[in-house]
Design a protein around this ligand. Structure first.
Ligand code: DHE
Length: 519
């Protein structure tokens, strides 16, 4: 009796330990199969970072598919046959969990990642190509992570170069329009010379990054990071890291949602995710002397200088009544419009006195970052797409009242206008009619035409040439295209094949702060 029960117990233990032995060990699998491309510390190498914040846009089930079957048009090969389904699932689960030691990224790590490919002092003082440098476009091709430089007169591709994985937030230019700056969601910033068509420098300025802004004097780049919670300041000349500004107050760190340049204020404005505040970082003078107007309106309860110092990059904290998501600034950069997190309304904050001055009727999820302004009936208005509701909201910027909600065929992401064009182009690709683009008449605020350049295929993000004669649309498919349309006749003029193109940025429209373009 004793003998048989011992035997049963031994058999059970053997079975259990066999089952245990078969359980995949994701840390070991990672080191064996993934670390070479994604980094032993999961911070990324030739492949992107594999940390929870960097994977927010990927569903775990899709991560398993990528592990087993790879990613098209990338170096990510499929591991089907090498890894079992169970091993792939264990690996996917593991990369969505934070590492035991939180990753560090400060000035030292940033400096170590800095490479200057061409000394800017050796660059020629005029373009080496014959295209008008003011009418160039950079186009982000997200299908295979490249950027194309397009001549906006001849509609030809002058250069196409690989970018880091997943650029986001729009390519920015220095005030002369010579240098283009771009950032990936993994924090890699690249500087590219549009006159000689070559990369100048690159640096990794964060682990999980939102976007960048270029100072109006062209000297500084601000990089808004979610991880680590910080703003990194780079020297725009060649991306040398200058300073890291941790975003933390009262013991609470905050991810940055976005950084913006505010030319009339000579400062960067920083939108925060986890603090109900906006931070202002002046870059050329110390804070207090720079704001003489504040002598009368400074309210210590609302506006607080965190670190007034004898130099640039001091911080002014503007406390808000609520968290704000997504921002739009008026031309004077005196007011910021933001969407309240409740989704019930928006707010207008006067940045000089640091106080809410109006509520605005913005429901759903307005995408204020893609808002544009124009004159309507002698009044300055702004129009914003909406990521949740089928409408474009038009707000009077004098009294902040609702002018109109224009019903659309779906929720949209991007809006574009141009001073010389009577039309606004609005995509609606966040809904079922992803192949449609509305053409809205600025005078009547009515949709005059709905274009479907390729029925059934996603079309997004319009941008005009510098004179407003042509408008370029992205056929946002893996085998997609840049579609050039005559902005008056609305006829197609040309198509340039591209890999899932998303945003495109015209040099002149950007650096001249054209009213219908993002800045
Ligand atoms: Fe963006 C700009 C935030 C998802 C493509 N996006 C911006 C800006 C912000 C923002 C704050 C303005 C920054 C600037 O001007 O430098 N985007 C967000 C989000 O919070 C959101 C909804 C979720 C997220 O994970 O970040 C988001 N964005 C997307 C996408 O899914 C898009 C369509 C595809 C992608 O590549 O990620 C996308 N966002 C863009 C583009 C711009 C942008 C192309 C620049 C627009 C411009 O014309 O300037």
């Amino acid at each position: 009796m004793i003998r048989s029960s011992t035997l049963i117990a031994a058999a059970l233990i053997a079975l259990l330990s066999a089952a245990h032995a078969e359980e995949p060990d994701p840390a070991r699998l990672y080191t064996q199969h993934c670390a070479a491309c994604h980094g032993g510390d999961r911070l990324g190498a030739i492949g992107p970072a594999l940390l929870p914040q960097n994977l927010e846009r990927l569903k775990p089930a899709d991560a398993v598919k990528v592990i087993l079957h790879g990613r098209p048009a990338s170096q990510m090969a499929g591991f089907d046959g090498v890894l079992t389904q169970q091993e792939a699932e264990a690996l996917a689960g593991w990369v969505f969990r934070p590492p035991a030691t939180p990753p560090q990224w400060g000035l030292e790590e940033t400096a170590a990642s800095h490479t200057v490919f061409v000394n800017p002092a050796t660059l020629p003082d005029r373009p080496t190509h014959s295209a008008d440098p003011m009418n160039l476009f950079t186009v982000v091709e997200s299908g295979d992570h490249h950027v194309s430089v397009v001549d906006g007169d001849r509609f030809t591709v002058l250069d196409r170069f690989p970018s880091h994985f997943a650029l986001h937030g729009g390519i920015k230019y220095d005030p002369t329009g010579r240098f283009a700056y771009m950032v990936s969601r993994d924090g890699w910033v690249d500087q590219y010379d549009l006159w000689t068509l070559q990369r100048v420098a690159e640096v990794r300025a964060g682990i999980n990054t939102r976007n960048i802004a270029v100072s109006a004097d062209g000297r500084w780049i601000a990089v808004g990071n979610a991880v680590p919670a910080s703003v990194m300041i780079l020297n725009a000349r060649d991306l040398t890291p200058e300073r890291i500004i941790p975003v933390s107050a009262g013991g609470q760190d905050s991810r940055v949602s976005a950084v913006y340049t505010a030319p009339p204020r000579h400062s960067f404005l920083v939108a925060l995710k986890d603090l109900p505040e906006i931070w202002e970082i002046p870059y050329d003078k110390p804070l207090k002397p720079y704001y003489p107007g504040l002598v009368h309106s400074y309210e210590p309860s609302m506006v607080e200088a965190l670190s007034v110092q004898d130099g640039p990059f001091s911080i002014r904290r503007i406390k808000l009544e609520d968290y704000l998501d997504d921002f739009f600034f008026d031309q004077s950069y005196r007011h910021v419009m933001g969407a309240a997190r409740t989704g019930a309304k928006g707010q207008v904050v006067n940045l000089s006195v640091g106080r809410k001055v109006a509520d605005i009727p913005l429901t759903g999820m307005p995408h204020l970052g893609s808002g544009i302004t124009f004159d309507w009936n002698g009044t300055r208005v702004m129009a914003s797409p909406n990521l949740k509701e089928n409408k474009i909201t038009v707000i009077n910027m004098t009294d902040w009242s609702l002018v109109k909600d224009i019903p659309t065929l779906g929720p949209g992401f991007f809006l574009r206008g141009h001073e010389n064009s009577p039309y606004i182009f609005a995509d609606v690709f966040f809904g079922p009619n992803r192949d449609a683009v509305h053409v809205i008449d600025k005078r009547t605020l009515e949709i005059t035409r709905t274009l479907r350049p390729e029925p059934g295929k996603t079309v997004a993000h319009a941008e005009f040439t510098q004179d407003g004669r042509y408008v370029l649309l992205s056929l946002m498919e893996q085998d997609g295209a840049l579609i050039v349309m005559d902005a008056t006749t609305l006829e197609e003029v040309k198509r340039l094949p591209m890999r899932r193109p998303v945003g495109k940025y015209n040099v002149a429209n950007k650096i001249r702060y054209e009213e219908g373009t993002s800045h």
